[in-house]
Design a protein around this ligand. Structure first.
Ligand code: SF4
Length: 378
């Protein structure tokens, strides 16, 4: 998803290739990051290990600690068997960048057996009394939205539920181990699926990760604190609403079908009339709204006729518009609309009774547009 968050200096480079070389052949299909307590208890019993140890391990895991060495109350004989039977860590931190406003951007390598390294990005956006982690669901994206930096990268596959969840755990761990930031540790309060990839094109893994994020024995987050952002895959949005009715954000970017065919090419399959019908029935709790994301591109979707089309499309009781300033990047054919034009757009919407906000830019001094860190690494 295009998040509009911008990024610069490398804080902690590591060499994941060396880790991979040392660990190839030791990886498993079970991953600690995607097991419920009950599942781990069942596995522990089948491995002739005491089931009560599962609770201790899950407690560490839920704090963001995925290193067996750090699990002080777990005996060594248990650790040896766990290491043999499953993946303990799903990700390797490659780079972390920290903005002066507290925003942190992470580049991770996926730890997978016999595969070339794949990189993904996550972002922590701290705010007063809350911390939002923006996570990736795919390595790259196939949907080719022409303004999106991730869309310019090679698609390298779907993430597993463990790899999705491990991003949240890794951010918690980073905060826990930073002596300056320990007060923030418990402030991973919100999750947004707005990092690299189209979450609903990786439906099974994303749904499994949603279930675990909300599970009592995992992070136990309310569905009101989780947002899935999609470019508009209609059947998948309907299934999301039926099974996991979390907050929904739509990468709309224009309410003109012809222009959207170009800006968000999935529109050629699921056009605005199908999307409109689907949004009309997405389940919303009291005072909740669907967010329509609108990245403002100079001379492309910020004209007066674009505002009129948007006014016609939005359902004011159910939806709000989030205007995003476009952060251009080398090689982009687009430029961002001026601040004045963005504000005019917002006023035009508000004057017609539509809730509209302009997304506050975070992490300006680090490369934070989605996908830029990965490109810089490459
Ligand atoms: S769907 Fe893919 S290409 Fe389109 S904005 Fe999201 S990440 Fe970028």
């Amino acid at each position: 998803m295009f998040t509009g968050v911008k990024v610069a200096k490398v804080m902690r480079p590591t060499l994941p290739n060396s880790w991979l070389a040392a660990n190839i052949g030791r990886m498993h299909t079970l991953s600690l990051a995607s097991l419920s307590l009950t599942e781990l208890q069942t596995h522990m019993k089948s491995w002739a290990l005491p089931a009560f140890r599962a609770k201790q391990i899950i407690d560490w895991r839920n704090k963001g600690i995925l290193s067996l060495a750090a699990m002080k109350n777990v005996p060594n004989n248990v650790k040896v068997i766990l290491e043999e039977k499953m993946n303990i860590e799903s990700l390797q931190l490659v780079t972390r960048q920290k903005s002066s406003d507290g925003t942190r951007k992470y580049l991770f390598a996926l730890k997978r057996e016999n595969q070339a390294l794949k990189h993904i990005e996550s972002v922590l956006i701290p705010d007063v009394g809350r911390g939002t982690v923006c996570i990736s669901s795919q390595a790259g994206c196939v949907l080719d939205c022409p303004f999106c930096h991730t869309g310019t990268q090679k698609f390298e596959g779907n993430l597993t539920a463990a790899e999705i969840l491990a991003q949240v755990l890794a951010v918690k761990h980073d905060l826990l181990t930073d002596p300056m930031q320990q007060d923030l540790h418990n402030q991973v309060t919100h999750i947004v699926y707005m990092g690299m990839g189209e979450p609903l094109a990786n439906e099974d893994a994303v749904f499994q990760s949603l279930e675990l994020l909300m599970a009592e024995d995992y992070l136990h987050l309310s569905r009101r604190r989780i947002t899935v952002s999609t470019s508009g895959l209609v059947p998948q949005i309907e299934r999301l609403g039926e099974k996991y009715p979390v907050n929904l954000a739509i990468s709309l970017h224009t309410a003109d079908n012809t222009l959207r065919d170009r800006l968000v090419p999935i529109n050629q399959k699921h056009d605005l009339s199908k999307l409109r019908q689907c949004l009309n029935t997405y389940p919303l709790t009291k005072k909740r709204h669907i967010t329509l994301e609108y990245v403002m591109l100079e001379g492309v979707n910020d004209r007066d006729e674009d505002l009129q089309a948007l006014l016609k499309f939005v359902h004011p009781d159910r939806e709000r518009v989030n205007l995003i300033r476009f952060n251009t990047y080398p090689g982009s054919e687009f430029a961002g609309s001026s601040t004045e034009r963005v504000n005019q757009f917002a006023k035009g919407l508000i004057s017609q009774g539509i809730r509209a906000t302009v997304r506050r830019s975070r992490g300006d001094d680090i490369m934070a547009a989605c996908g830029q860190l990965k490109t810089a690494k490459q």
